[in-house]
Write a protein that binds this ligand. Sequence first.
Ligand code: CXF
Ligand code: ZN
Length: 379
Amino acid sequence: MESTSSQAIITCKGAVWWGGGEKDVSVEEIEVDPPQATEVRVKMLLASVCHTDLLRAKGIPSPLFPRVLGHEGVGVVESIGEKVTNVKVGDVVIPTFIGECQECENCISKETNMCLKYPPTFNGLMLDNTSRMSIRGQRLYQLFSCATWCEYMVVEENYLLKVDPTIDLVHASFISCGFSTGFGAAWKEAKVQSGSTLAVFGLGAVGLGVVSAAKMLGASKIIGIDKNGMKKAKGEAFGMSDFINPIESDKPISVLIKEISGEMGVDYCFECTGVPPLLTQAVEATKTGKGKTIFMGAAAADEDFVQVRFRALLLGRTLKGSIFGGLKARSDLPIIAEKCLKKEFPLDELNTHEVSLMEIGKAFELLKQPDCVKVVVRI
Ligand code: CXF
Ligand code: ZN
């Protein structure tokens, strides 16, 4: 790092993907601009890996390269633009890929977290369609409007949440996307009722977030589904009551769920894998007339359309897609951060693998290991 003045460009290390596939990465010296008026430059302390990063490395849904990846993480504010009011230098912050302006039609609505002023940016750029990162004069795409696998990044202040500086940094990183997405899906999207029943497809960080919220909300049956038997213990640590390993049976998963929940099926299903055929299984496992299915898994590009059996939905069930679990970044996420601070969830269970920033090239291979839940990136 060569300079720390808020007006100076910082030269620091960042992980750059070049477009030749998920392994085409090198850790490079990159330039990070000073923050503009409403922006914040953050010194990254620690980050983690989400499956969205892997898709972006493969150029899904669009090939935007060269690109610095990473959107989960935690850091400390290095400098701020002159109009920044929510954070100050030295604050510990996590990035959120959706903001909350608290003024737009969607922010005022209780029905959605999809802020219209600070939406997720899918073009790897800031809201003004530029980036604050470059390499040898060439602009770098970011992951969303941030990129965390680097020593410094610039973020619009509305996409940052200040957290208690005593928070466990690994836990803080986990709640910046995956775990919170699942937690929110049960809490805010499905609004899981006490005594209800549910099934969770995929026991990664997102699925385990669903399990945690369902437990908190008093669900009577929390069924976890994962083709990796090692996930049974993980699910149980977070409050799962039943486990299905679908590869141990020839029956459809919806049938296996009904064998546990009763013939009517469950009140809610949560699809956290992004495997298209599982969506119909999830919907059909819910009660006719009132079952709700929330899906969060992002499908690979060649599977951009999913088919859901017509009759399954026609029988009065609901299917809802969710980004960030319906969590409003400023109103809801601090509640999860507080619970995280109080160690209400066994988040250490998610921390199965670690790499340094210099070893980032190993991260996706580790993510695909059967026993992997999360890969932590030490910056
Ligand atoms: C993603 C899921 C796919 C759409 C963009 C947001 N969530 C986090 O990684
Ligand atoms: Zn993510």
